[in-house]
Design a protein around this ligand. Structure first.
Ligand code: FAD
Length: 407
């Protein structure tokens, strides 16, 4: 069968591209090896799909070429996608920080995309794996695909097969193999927006505090995020943790401010003067839960005893017992806790894949390979990764839309 456009991957980017290309009058076939389209859309945003963000800016994306995403994001904006959502009468709300979620369920977004594809005559074919891609050596170019459902040819081939995160949702390294076949450079991939694991001596604290959370500022490699941090049985999770994980490299320390609105050294001095008999644990429990205060005070004091001369073996019970140096040391632990995660949960639970196809290989206007006529890459398979908050879907919509103008 011959089509103008074949898109591999019926996810966020692929379906958007299919609908828009179909509206342009192109004959479009979307192939996916999964038994259902848009599985990640259905799982996203806790089942409510955080489909975009009011504040989409290029600096919310990680990419080796920081300029690459600007063009597509400015031509298909969050307002365009919100317009589409409203046209379909899908109720939505802003949760926080501009993050837009469906009021009801994520399937509203998937059904909207499938209905747009349907109306535009774009065909979505599931349970189809692509075994081989051949570039046609004819004057007009094009591609021939051998698939488990037969042979197809097309003028334009769009790779929208996503990244490696969550293999159980259909993720595969297919896009990177296509890049290799056509000699396109890729950056090494790693899991992003992913919880940290802790297997060292901090593990017991994580287990004891599992389910507890607090608002923190997390810093690593010059980036910082403010938000919730959640202790889990296996380590750390929560929005601030997922955000910083995309900037973290194995072995690096994180700096965590557990009391981001408090200059603890100063407040400690003031309180020592006013309430000298107050215990350190009760003092900290003004801002953190009793359980967190107890666990963290014990952890920090035992660390300070082991690693510095500031504390002797016995630990202070009241604020009156603390000297200036000790107050500074405790304050530093709470305001700038240095923690080295053991690793991350990896692709099993990661929301995104960092790295991927080098954007220098692709036109930022058309998403077409600069060296391979008619071969396009869109969505997460490219080396473009958004922050948490609806930015990854906005990239999928924008890059899918951009390619759809030219396929
Ligand atoms: P995908 O949506 O992953 O689609 C790729 C498609 O290609 C899939 O259907 C897959 O089956 C298919 N495919 C893969 N390999 C092959 C192959 N070999 N042959 C044929 N087909 C293949 N982002 C947000 O902005 N907001 C959120 O709320 C949000 N929540 C998320 C929650 C979870 C649990 C996860 C995992 C991710 C979440 N993301 C969220 C990220 C977002 O889902 C992705 O960035 C986005 O889906 C990428 O779109 P894509 O079209 O490039 O890839």
């Amino acid at each position: 069968m011959q089509y103008d456009v074949i898109i591999i991957g019926a996810g966020a980017a692929g379906l958007m591209c299919a609908a828009i290309a179909g509206q342009r009058g192109r004959s479009v076939l979307v192939l996916d090896h999964a038994n259902k389209a848009g599985k990640k859309i259905l799982m996203s945003g806790g089942g409510r799909c955080n489909f975009t963000n009011y504040y989409v800016e290029p600096d919310r994306y990680l990419c080796h070429n920081t300029h690459f995403c600007k063009s597509a994001l400015s031509r298909y904006t969050q307002w365009d996608f919100i317009g589409l959502v409203e046209k379909h009468g899908i109720p939505y709300h802003e949760k926080q920080l501009g993050e837009l979620f469906c009021d009801n369920k994520a399937s509203d977004i998937l059904e909207m995309l499938l209905s747009e594809c349907d109306q535009a005559g774009a065909k979505v074919q599931l349970n189809t794996s692509v075994d081989a891609i051949h570039s046609l050596e004819t004057e007009s170019g094009g591609y021939k695909l051998n698939t488990t459902q037969g042979e197809y040819t097309c003028e334009s081939l769009v790779v929208a097969s996503g990244g490696l995160s969550i293999p159980t949702l259909g993720a595969s390294g297919f896009g990177y193999q296509v890049a290799e076949q056509f000699n396109l450079k890729t950056y090494k991939t790693r899991a992003g927006l992913v919880p940290f694991t802790i297997t060292n001596q901090l593990k017991d604290v994580c287990i004891a505090l599992s389910g507890s959370s607090c608002e923190v500022i997390m810093e690593c490699n010059g980036q910082s995020f403010r938000g919730n941090m959640l202790f889990t049985h296996r380590g750390l999770s929560g929005p601030a943790v997922l955000q910083i994980s995309s900037y973290w490299q194995a072995g690096q320390p994180l700096t965590i401010n557990l009391l981001p609105d408090i200059d603890l050294a100063q407040v400690l001095r003031e309180t020592q003067h006013e309430r000298p008999k107050l215990s350190l644990k009760k003092f900290i429990a003004q801002w953190l839960t009793q359980k967190m205060s107890e666990q963290l005070v014990e952890l920090f004091l035992s660390d300070l005893v082991k690693t510095t001369d500031v504390f002797k073996a016995e630990q202070p019970q009241t604020l009156a017992e603390l000297n200036a140096e000790q107050m500074d040391a405790i304050a530093h632990q709470f305001n700038a806790w240095q923690l080295v995660p053991s690793g991350t949960e990896g692709y099993r639970t990661a929301e995104v894949t960092l790295g991927g196809i080098d954007t220098d290989e692709v036109s930022s206007k058309t998403m077409m390979s600069k060296n391979q006529q008619g071969l396009y890459f869109i969505g997460e398979v490219l080396d473009v990764t958004g922050h948490l908050g609806g930015f990854n879907f906005q990239w999928a919509w924008a890059s899918g839309w951009a390619a759809a103008q030219y396929v």
